[in-house]
Ligand binder design. Structure first.
Ligand code: ADP
Ligand code: MG
Length: 269
């Protein structure tokens, strides 16, 4: 194409620019077209710099969308971040270990993370915050409570749909199972859980929070053989974080004088 041809084509495209951007689904470029063009002019950017800026804005929008979608799919009960976790209040946690987990290398390798500790010490907070980091890094993530998960598996089993349900829970690259052990379950349910853990084993990462020490898992599962087999799979290539101390909320209430010293100190154990 000669110079006149190029010029002619550019004029035509320019008239339809908004439409072209929409048809290419370049929505961020479309939405911010005029402001961005003004900005490129004011900042005296080269053609190359201007083009890079436009592309970068589109990329940023897509990344935000992907994270928003990922967070929706994850079904977190609420949002917590690592920034809002007060490490100075939890001496039993090594901030370096949490930062390392936040890099998500363990998820890429299909390892497991288990957060143990009494109620209120921040297990769910950390699980959600680490799940959010996983989504930001592009890993599909799903959050379930142990009670909800097991009720679902039991229902599916009774309806002859266990395989489908197991496949559903086996799919996310990171599955977060919150509050294992708050309620004990029978041996049949324990077997269903074992099947799920086996299906994910070595392929996808699982994070579990529990208020019960491993030695008590036999009681939770109603069967020591299943509990041992489960722990064998879960603990192979795993990161275990044991949080000690009292409930964060009670501690902060006690500090502010709302609770008497003794009550707050005893209830977190
Ligand atoms: P757990 O799951 O161990 O029972 P949670 O994670 O639900 O505890 O924590 C209870 C509440 O206290 C949550 O609102 C959580 O955000 C907050 N919390 C716990 N530990 C901390 C902490 N170290 N810094 C900031 N907030 C915390
Ligand atoms: Mg919790």
């Amino acid at each position: 194409m000669n110079e006149t041809g190029i010029k002619h084509r550019a004029i035509l495209a320019s008239e339809n620019l908004s439409e072209i951007l929409l048809s290419l689904k370049l929505n961020a470029m479309h939405d911010r077209l005029e402001t961005m063009l003004d900005m490129c002019g004011t900042a005296d950017l080269t053609h190359r710099e201007s083009l890079a800026l436009f592309c970068d804005i589109e990329r940023e929008r897509r990344s935000e969308r992907r994270i928003t979608m990922g967070m929706r799919i994850a079904h977190f009960p609420f949002i917590r971040t690592l920034d809002t976790f007060d490490f100075s209040e939890q001496a039993s946690i090594d901030p370096g270990q949490i930062r390392e987990l936040a890099l998500c290398r363990w998820i890429a390798g299909g390892d497991n993370t288990i957060l143990l500790g009494p109620p209120g010490v921040g297990k769910t907070h950390l699980a959600i915050a680490l799940g959010r980091e996983a989504i930001i890094r592009g890993y599909s993530t799903m959050f379930v409570t142990a009670v909800g998960l097991l009720a679902n598996l039991t229902k599916a089993h009774s309806e002859n749909k266990l395989e489908q349900r197991l496949a559903y829970y086996a799919k996310p690259k990171l599955l977060i199972i919150d509050e294992l052990g708050y309620l004990p379950f029978d041996v049949n349910t324990a077997h269903l859980f074992f099947q799920l853990v086996s299906k994910r084993y070595g392929k996808s990462a699982t994070m579990i929070t529990s208020n019960r020490a491993f030695g008590e898992w036999g009681e939770i599962f109603g069967d020591h053989v299943v509990a041992t087999a489960l722990l064998d799979r879960l603990l192979h290539n795993s990161h275990v974080i044991t949080i000690k101390g009292e409930s964060y909320r009670l501690k902060t209430k006690r500090k502010s004088g709302v609770l008497p010293m003794t009550l707050a100190q005893n209830s977190g154990q």
